[in-house]
Design a protein around this ligand. Structure first.
Ligand SMILES: [Zn+2]
Length: 113
């Protein structure tokens, strides 16, 4: 399932970042999601909650999605939001942005030593 793999990728990325920063708890995970990623954020959120259910680190962690506009570039020099055909020459532009799912920022708590 598409949404499941997205949720799992977010889980892995945020867990790795949490370990690197010695987090004891994750409060918020900010995720940039390209508009071309056809996924239902509510579904991703639900599946994410299922994945992290047993992990104290993620207790109460909230996913915050930011939608990222697509960006494409064509050989003719066009650059813009048209991703399927170039409005200038009719060619197929190369998609630079809009397919990514990236954990951009996390709000964490760090255990006192
Ligand atoms: Zn073009």
């Amino acid at each position: 399932m598409h949404e499941y793999s997205i949720a799992y990728d977010i889980y892995l990325a945020s867990k790795k970042a949490a370990m690197e920063n010695k987090a004891s708890r994750i409060n918020k995970i900010h995720v940039d999601m390209g508009e071309m990623v056809i996924a239902n954020p509510e579904q991703v959120r639900f599946l994410f909650d299922v994945i992290v259910e047993e992990e104290e680190l993620f207790d109460g962690a909230e996913l915050v999605f930011t939608s990222i506009d697509p960006l494409a570039r064509c050989g003719c020099g066009y650059q813009g939001h048209e991703i399927f055909s170039c409005p200038r020459c009719g060619g197929v532009p190369e998609v630079l942005k809009g397919r990514e799912i990236i954990v951009t920022r996390m709000e964490i708590e760090v255990a006192e030593e």
